[in-house]
Design a protein around this ligand. Structure first.
Ligand SMILES: Nc1ncnc2c1ncn2[C@@H]1O[C@H](COP(=O)(O)OP(=O)(O)OP(=O)(O)O)[C@@H](O)[C@H]1O
Ligand SMILES: [Mg+2]
Length: 211
């Protein structure tokens, strides 16, 4: 059975049930912040609300999402705009609803290849999210040099075509830089397999106090 990103339908829910789900998602998002900023909370504002809302419905396969439910999502944005935090919040929320999102950075996946020669779990027919694509290095396992993420994206594209299983990713790069990292063929595939979503605004990082 093909894994679904949705475990239950939200389309028939009453308004108060939808609100409860949104509140639950916000709690998952807040928990991301309090790990590094005790007492802090996840700010929802004009920069990230449309993305959070679109992803919320996308994860439930609900047509209220502004994003195409059949395609994956590529979250683009400058440094510190909250891309990783957003996906982490959805991974935790998705888990609470019986889903299972495998989420790892491109650099770690590439290093895993260099260490073990394996990338198989990223090619599995399930929902995966890859953080910071385009920033990793080309890796070598013994004599075999591989542009690991280009290869993973190539295979994820095939998986999406064959079985409709989407992929999520985040990046700091624009499309030209992406082409430099992965070549024109992968760039063209990425145009089709992902809805390109921009998470805008200034960096949300707060400097540590000087002591
Ligand atoms: N909505 C938010 N409200 C408050 N703080 C946030 C929010 N989103 C992210 N942050 C905080 O901002 C910082 C940067 O977030 P995050 O690492 O998710 O950004 P990023 O876009 O992935 O950055 P990079 O481009 O460097 O990968 C983190 O300290 C995170 O806790
Ligand atoms: Mg990040």
């Amino acid at each position: 059975m093909a894994p679904q990103k949705r475990q239950r339908t939200t389309q028939e829910l009453e308004l108060h049930e939808v609100n409860r789900l949104k509140w639950e998602w916000k709690a998952c998002a807040d928990a991301q912040i309090t790990r590094t900023r005790p007492g802090g909370s996840f700010t929802l504002d004009a920069d990230n609300r449309p993305v959070a809302e679109g992803l919320f419905w996308w994860f439930f396969d609900d047509p209220r999402s502004r994003y195409d439910l059949r395609r994956g999502i590529l979250i683009k944005g400058g440094t510190g705009t909250g891309k990783t935090t957003m996906v982490n919040a959805f991974r935790d929320f998705h888990l609470r609803h019986g889903g299972n999102l495998l989420f790892e950075s491109a650099a770690t996946i590439a290093l895993e290849y260099a260490r073990t020669g394996q990338v198989d779990r990223w090619l599995a027919p399930r929902l995966v999210a890859i953080d910071e694509i385009g920033c990793e290095k080309v890796m070598r396992h013994y004599g075999n040099e591989l542009n690991v993420i280009a290869y993973v994206l190539h295979e994820r594209y095939a998986l999406w075509q064959r079985r409709g299983i989407p992929t999520l990713a985040t990046t700091n790069l624009d499309s030209d830089e992406m082409e430099q990292a992965y070549g024109p063929i992968i760039r063209d595939r990425m145009r089709e397999m992902f809805t390109h979503v921009v998470l805008d605004g200034p960096s949300r990082r707060q400097p540590a106090p000087t002591v």
